[in-house]
Design a protein around this ligand. Sequence first.
Ligand code: MN
Ligand code: MN
Length: 318
Amino acid sequence: MSDPFFQPVSGFDLPRFAGIPTFMRLPHVPPGHARFGEVQIGLVGVPWDSGTTNRPGPRHGPRQLRDASTMIRAEHPVSGTRPFEAMNCADLGDVAPNPADIPDTMARITAFVERMSDAGIRPLIAGGDHLASLPVLRALATDGPLGMVHFDSHTDLFHSYFGGAMYTHGTPFRRAVEEGLLDPRRMVQIGIRGTVYDREDRDFARAEGIRIITIEEFFSRPLPDVMAEAREIVGERPAYLSYDIDFVDPAFAPGTGTPEVGGPNSFQALQVLRELAGMNIAGADLVEVSPPFDPTGATAFLGASLMFEMLCLMTEGR
Ligand code: MN
Ligand code: MN
């Protein structure tokens, strides 16, 4: 049976609005903790938004997501999955960022995730802006490039910003392909929309064989059909799952820095993940929740709910 140490605090033992918030009320097991090596899935905050090109704030995301995640209960409503009984899950705390130094912070994130990998722990990351995915991929793609299912309004495949800035939240997956961390032919980007500066990102995607499913295509096909194609593209081998909250329509997720109208609702936001059952997930992230633009807390609650969906996928997949 499951280890009681790794169970969330029950809302019947301590009401969910009480106590110190950790992700989903799990035990706090930072690196160095006596039971760190027993963790199988580590929930980690990356409170960092130095890659943001417009409205900042995701550095405050992990704390807000922890608070919102106290609403999460133990069992998935549809599949019946009970992730905390299937695997040892824990809140590993935050990667300590250096808000004044992008390369230093990226090195810290990579080192943190490497330490997890060495202990056999798969990461579920709470951002932070989307640049955080790049140093995570540097730690995970040690046995060759990974596939990726990527939900976003934006491709994040641009070459550079502001006349040569190579590391922003608009460039992480361009760098990841260049660095051989992602296999472009096993990449799918879903929900792409909004005005753009130019088509340079899409030209790169086409040249490399990255599959882009625009929001127009997404809504013109049955959702299970789109997601079956996504599973087919990433295949059986390990793949990364990256979820930018701005995939969701800003009516449901206003708390983000670069919203784009005309997106999926909160039910569809959950459904796309449920259709990924069986995916071989090497690691996952939920990024771009920006509490300063989230006055009702709805975005953080959706984000925490999406993290629970991802956690269920990660415990079911193996
Ligand atoms: Mn993004
Ligand atoms: Mn985005």
